[in-house]
Design a protein around this ligand. Sequence first.
Ligand SMILES: [Zn+2]
Length: 236
Amino acid sequence: MNLIQDLLTINEYSRPGTKLKKVQGIVVHWVANPNTSAKANRNFFENRKNGKSGYGSAHYLIDLNGSVILAIPPEEVAYHVGAQSYRSEAVKRLGSYPNGNTLGIECTHVDWNGKMTDKTYESLILLCAELCKRYNLNPLTSLYRHYDITGKDCHKWFVNNPAEWEKFKKEVQTKMTGTSENKGIIKFEYEGRKFEIEGIFKDGTNYTPARTLLESLGFNVGWDNQNKTVLIKKKD
Ligand SMILES: [Zn+2]
């Protein structure tokens, strides 16, 4: 992922220069202008300093070619989720001023559905994974669409395709851990007798406690602490 620092001038409309509190969420946006570059949208934020186009900005902008512009340092506030009122669920999690403790990422896109290029999408996954790691955030609960916070139709692609949004968050999680992991019930069948044990399915392998499995198969299981060995005996 290619990150280019191209900071906005400090100004009251798009880069107030105020300190961000502890990062508690990452908010994903679309630029709502198909086939425009990250640089053009960054310049739009910059030109707000003239006071003629209102307030608004974001920390990161991802280009159609996948490169990322850093427009506002992640230690500072950006104006990306301000609103008259917020969804109650968001207020519960982020407090009454989400601009004060979230980072904003603007995604470019190729049409009015908000469809992104593969390169933009891939960089969005990488950037979110990196930020979730850096700020110790769970991607499944700390990644937000602008929509989740204010109800605005943004990022439109993810608002109209909620399954894609769920898939996206899981892809960020996979990128962070390098593995896909599912906790759940593992089913076994032994000579016609069926039983289930709680376990983890990870990287194509079932993990389940050896003792639980062996006892389910009818063995006596002990532990030799001196030799760190599981002792398995046939029941008489
Ligand atoms: Zn937005």
